[in-house]
Design a protein around this ligand. Structure first.
Ligand code: ATP
Ligand code: MG
Ligand code: MG
Ligand code: MG
Length: 469
């Protein structure tokens, strides 16, 4: 059975054999790109190659790209632990053409790799195309011999890929694997498509447009290809599993988590182990790429992920810091493919240990407060925004941590109330600044903060981040 490490190599070798330059993953903090929080796909490092602003000495490339989707346009934080197919950190395998080949070749490559090299049965595969893209549908019929009912036309943004609010974009064709009718869920475009029966494994984007901030779009001069396949998803499939978390690599991390917390990896704490395994990867890779926990911008996203993981470890009964003890298992699994990981190991462990030690006390107290609040609520009632704000302000609970904790109990937070409490505190802070005689600067600061959101503003500490790469 191929390991995830084997599958990564097979993919890169296939495209290298077909004239592609093997390019290294770019860091998780995009260079000089304030429009993006974290690298969320393989095309990010090639953004300017698609628009023609930059040319390289190759027109075909292939990568295994580190991605984090925990904020911005593509945010999977709330899916982790609950779906079979989402991580906050994952590896995206991709092939790219910059004005070189287009639809026909891209579809042929994808079909050959899947059905020959990976030997996936043809009758388990189906595809989607953008509803107006007759050309792609015709190519699928010709190249793969797929019948009409396994080429599904989709009119939503699911088949029009965009990196973020601006940048290169275009219609796409996605390849799905049918895991069989013993698993709940319907094909893409159907009412129950969010089930886990039909899993999207590979997206092929036909880069043809560039989206601008004012909403306008221009047609690009060159037609290009950008594809992305989740290594963990294709890995699950090739290892005969349905769930990404049952692949060799994720399983090793789950077992490390179970071992460190003296609990059963598949028992009642199953979801906690999944979240911990996932968050271990995103936090470690973010730290290795120069992000440090803080109260703003990227650092705050990292802190939110770390604190969420700590709550899950707490739920498993851990009294002492756990996350930092799992780093060696991650380095064992991924250190060879990503040497930045062993290089930063000491820093990762120390950062995790410190953050865990500091947060532990307020975590315990905050969770007790949360329980008290819940006990006072009517059955199924939402947590008042004010209580969620107190947890945030006094106990350092990011809102999403509170929401995550309540989700297990089928409860929600009054988010509007939380926002109102936050706004009230900001207004108070503003008033006290005004009294300090620094009114003008304060006004500018608060305007900027409100325009960009405090978490975005001051967040793009690009120089500091790059200094460590
Ligand atoms: P989904 O609809 O399942 O959320 P997506 O359409 O958001 O996936 P794309 O943006 O098309 O995903 O990314 C390309 C590929 O990357 C996907 O086909 C999938 O294999 C993989 N992928 C995307 N998001 C994740 C994730 N959160 N965890 C693991 N793999 C992912
Ligand atoms: Mg998604
Ligand atoms: Mg999708
Ligand atoms: Mg997709």
């Amino acid at each position: 059975m191929p390991s995830l490490n084997d599958i990564r190599s097979t993919f890169l070798d296939f495209f290298a054999r077909n004239g592609h330059r093997v390019v290294e993953s770019s860091p998780l903090v995009p260079r000089n790109d304030p429009t993006l929080m974290f690298t969320n796909s393989g095309m990010v490092q090639f953004k300017n190659c698609f628009t023609g602003v930059e040319t390289r000495d190759y027109t075909r490339a292939t990568t295994a790209q580190k991605c984090v989707r925990a904020g911005g346009k593509h945010n999977d934080l709330d899916n982790v632990g609950y779906t079979a197919r989402h991580h906050t950190f994952f590896e995206m395998l991709g092939n790219f053409s910059f004005g070189d080949y287009f639809k026909a070749e891209a579809i042929s490559f994808a079909w050959d790799l899947l059905t020959r090299d990976f030997d996936i049965p043809k009758d388990r595969l189906l595809v989607t195309v953008y509803h107006t893209d007759d050309e792609a549908a015709t190519i699928w019929k010709k190249v793969a011999g797929l019948p009409e009912d396994r080429i599904i036309r989709i009119a939503t943004k699911d088949n029009f890929w965009q990196m973020g609010p601006t940048g290169p974009c275009g219609p796409c064709t996605e390849i799905f694997f049918d895991h069989g009718d013993h698993i709940w869920g319907g094909p893409p475009g159907s009412a129950n498509e969010d089930g886990d029966r039909f899993i999207e494994i590979w997206n092929n984007v036909f880069m043809q447009f560039e989206q601008f901030e004012d909403g306008s779009m221009r047609e690009l001069e060159m037609q290009s290809i950008d594809t992305g396949m989740g290594l963990e998803r294709i890995g699950a499939l090739l290892q005969g599993k349905h769930d990404n978390y049952d692949t060799d690599l994720m399983r090793a991390l789950i077992e490390a988590s179970a071992h460190a917390t003296h609990s059963d990896p598949d028992g009642a704490g199953k979801v906690h182990h999944r979240v911990i395994a996932d968050h271990l990867r995103s936090t470690s890779f973010l730290i290795a790429d120069g992000v440090m926990p803080s109260n703003e911008g990227r650092g705050y996203v990292l802190r939110r992920i770390m604190r969420r993981a700590m709550r899950h470890a707490h739920m498993l009964g851990a009294q002492d810091p756990v996350m930092y003890r799992l780093v060696p298992a991650l380095v064992r699994q991924m250190g060879a493919a990503y040497p930045e990981l062993p290089r930063a190991q000491a820093l990762i462990e120390e950062t995790l240990r410190l953050e865990e030690t500091r947060f532990k006390q307020t975590l315990d107290r905050g969770l007790r407060l949360l329980d008290d609040e819940l006990a006072r609520l009517p059955e199924g009632g939402a947590l008042p925004g004010e209580a969620a704000f107190r947890l945030y302000d006094t106990y350092g609970f990011p809102l999403d941590l509170t929401q995550d904790a309540l989700r297990e109990k089928g409860r929600a937070v009054d988010v509007a109330g939380f926002d109102a409490a936050m706004e009230e505190q900001r207004a108070k802070a503003r008033a006290s600044w005004a009294g300090s005689g620094e009114t003008k600067d304060a006004a500018i600061w608060f305007d900027l903060a409100e325009q960009h959101g405090v978490t975005e503003f001051l967040g793009y500490d690009t120089e500091a981040a790059e200094g460590q790469i």
